[in-house]
Design a protein around this ligand. Structure first.
Ligand SMILES: O=P(O)(O)OC[C@H]1O[C@](O)(CO)[C@@H](O)[C@@H]1O
Length: 610
């Protein structure tokens, strides 16, 4: 399907006809702990924000503030814990920043910057162009409270879409919408095709919230790795016929997603699941060849494809039985809390403050995310994408080269206790930790004591608390986010908390969090590689159509491609094609690039004379 823009089109058929020969600081921080009252008095004297201040790197401030050491006196530490503990009563969420060593001097210095960040966030929510490069508004906060949308039409669109998504999900689950090939049956599987945020969000939510036996199981194709795609499709087996394919791409033009879609369509064709004659589902004529739902921006390439081919549905979002309204309620409640202009009452601002302190405002430390709950395993990967794609920027908003960002990694506790926590405790001190704690171990009534007085969950709790203490004892800082349970509401709140923290932090360091120019560079370079591959193929084809066939050296190929500077890339292309039986090696082996002589197994005259 060529409707989606792509880096590559399908390669010519290259069936080999000859035998081939392939050879194969810690710094001692001084802490003058602010009390609630002296802190508030500082806030109240903070005046209007100085534009200059908001753009100044405050590493000088940090250096000054970071003399001395982390508080170790248990009584003082307890006071700090109590004084700084943030609680969102209704959400049952706590944020403990006491194990980050910021001083009140630092907080006071940061106050004007935070006021500027709050103002920028308010403007963003009112529809300001928060993504200046792309001239776009940033509307994700409206999605959980459509009344905030700056235009009534947007509000209506958001509400209608949400209703349509919920109705569609209900209809799929209840069997009202059926797989075209089995009118009596139901959809049993979802195959979600997307990459980056368009995969990690649904993956994280599915892992966190899907019930043990969901009405539809979900699988993901989130890469252009053929083996990985084949594996997902193979695991569907005969259930491919009852698989609902959801293609998610905001831009509708991401090559990996396009490739996943093409591969899935092929699998449907090969299984004889050609639905081109299916008509009328939900009152609309469908002339589609797959059970597809597109989730994309209106009028994107994917959207147009879905419209032309008459897919089952097209949404700017999706659901598979999880209570998304509850997630949105949780997110909206957190959005309300993170609109506070009082730093201490704003959990996202507290997080941003901790990040700034721990990373010196320049990403000098990594953020290690440790959820002590298996179902939150993917939270670290989700945050890795959110934080690193949003904050990892070469230039600030004024065009200065800043190379900003914070590296994020993590997996889950206590599993990681047996992996990298050894290094965290004793090795290179280049990180701070975020513990995610879930208080409820099991649903009520299911717990038991595996030794007197102690449950399995107590062990997990002990591991978290023990690791936090052991790290702090060795001057390793940490933040702890605590929720009561993993529910749609708390997951929505966590997502919203981090989204807002990233937005605020981006303001603190004066960068655009809402574009990804660096990713575009990689995509462009990948496009160039594939364009070169096509030239290599054309050159090889010409030589392979000669009688006798003329195997070419790498130098000859580079010269005929008019790309002598790309000889290494040509070598990599040949190596890859040879490994996949699409180029044949007449002489030499890939371990000695200069010895190689290559030709194609098949001469394609059509292409030669095209
Ligand atoms: O949803 P899309 O447009 O297919 O993009 C997929 C991913 O690619 C990026 O645009 C760049 O990596 C991400 O921001 C996004 O999550």
């Amino acid at each position: 399907m060529a409707a989606l823009s792509g880096l590559c089109s399908s390669s010519p058929s290259l069936k080999p006809k000859h035998d081939r020969v392939v050879i194969p600081l810690f710094r001692k921080y001084s802490l003058a702990f602010p009390t609630r009252s002296n802190y508030c008095s500082k806030l109240s004297v903070a005046g209007e924000v100085s534009a200059d201040l908001s753009k100044t790197n405050s590493v000088g401030v940090l250096k000054k503030a970071k003399q001395g050491g982390l508080e170790k006196d248990p009584k003082a530490l307890w006071r700090r814990y109590v004084d700084w503990l943030y609680q969102h009563k209704e959400l049952g969420l706590y944020l403990d920043v006491s194990r980050i060593g910021f001083s009140d001097e630092f907080v006071a210095e940061m106050e004007p910057r935070f006021q500027a960040a709050f103002k920028a966030m308010e403007d963003l929510e009112k529809g300001a162009i928060a993504n200046p490069d792309e001239g776009r508004m940033v509307g994700h906060y409206w999605l959980r409270n459509a009344k905030l949308a700056p235009k009534p039409i947007l509000q209506v669109q958001i509400e209608k879409t949400l209703d349509a998504v919920c109705k569609f999900a209900d209809d799929v689950i209840s069997g009202k919408i059926k797989p075209p090939s089995s009118p009596e049956g139901r959809f049993t599987q979802i195959l979600s095709v997307g990459i980056g945020g368009s995969a990690l969000g649904p993956q994280f939510v599915a892992e966190a919230l899907a019930p043990d036996n969901p009405p539809l199981k979900i699988r993901f194709i989130d890469n252009t790795d053929p083996d990985g795609i084949d594996h997902q499709i193979a695991q569907l087996g005969p259930e491919l016929a009852s698989t609902l394919v959801i293609v998610i791409s905001k831009s509708g033009g991401t090559p990996e997603t396009r490739n996943g879609l093409l591969e899935v369509q092929k699998a449907f064709r090969e299984a004889g699941l050609d639905f081109s004659k299916q008509v009328l589902i939900s009152g609309v004529a469908y002339l589609h060849f797959m059970q597809g739902v597109a989730i994309t921006q209106e009028n994107s390439l994917l959207d147009n494809t879905a419209r032309i081919e008459g897919w089952v549905a097209r949404f700017p979002m999706f659901d598979w039985g999880i209570d998304i309204r509850e997630m949105l309620v949780g997110a909206s409640m957190m959005d309300n809390a993170t609109r506070s202009r009082v730093l201490k009452d704003n959990p996202a601002a507290l997080l941003a403050l901790c990040w700034y302190w721990a990373c010196d405002g320049v990403g000098s430390k990594d953020m290690v995310i440790l959820p002590y709950k298996d179902s939150l395993l993917l939270f670290s990967r989700y945050l890795q994408q959110l934080v690193m794609e949003s904050l990892g920027k070469e230039f600030d908003l004024d065009g200065n080269r800043v190379n900003q960002g914070i590296s994020v990694y993590g997996n889950k506790g206590s599993t990681d206790q047996h992996a990298y926590i050894q290094q965290l405790r004793e090795g290179v001190h280049n990180f701070f930790v975020t513990f995610i704690e879930v208080l409820r171990d099991r649903p009520p009534g299911h717990d038991w004591e595996l030794e007197p007085g102690v449950t399995c969950g107590d062990y997990l709790f002990g591991m978290l608390q023990g690791t936090r203490s052991a790290l702090y004892a060795n001057d390793r800082e940490s933040v702890t986010v605590t929720v009561q349970e993993v529910t749609p509401r708390s997951v929505g709140a966590l997502v919203a908390l981090y989204e807002r923290a990233v937005g605020l932090y981006a303001s603190l360091v004066n960068i655009n969090a809402y574009h990804q120019p660096g990713v575009e560079a990689g995509k462009k370079a990948a496009g160039e590689v594939l364009a070169l591959q096509k030239r290599v193929l054309a050159v090889l084809n010409e030589a392979s159509c000669k009688e006798p066939v003329e195997p070419l050296t790498l130098e000859q190929m580079a010269e005929r491609c008019h790309a002598p500077e790309d000889i290494e890339m040509i070598y990599k292309i040949i190596e890859h094609m040879a490994a996949n039986d699409r180029a044949l090696i007449a002489e030499g082996d890939c371990g000695s690039p200069n010895s190689l002589k290559v030709f194609l197994g098949e001469c394609n005259l059509d292409e030669l004379y095209a």
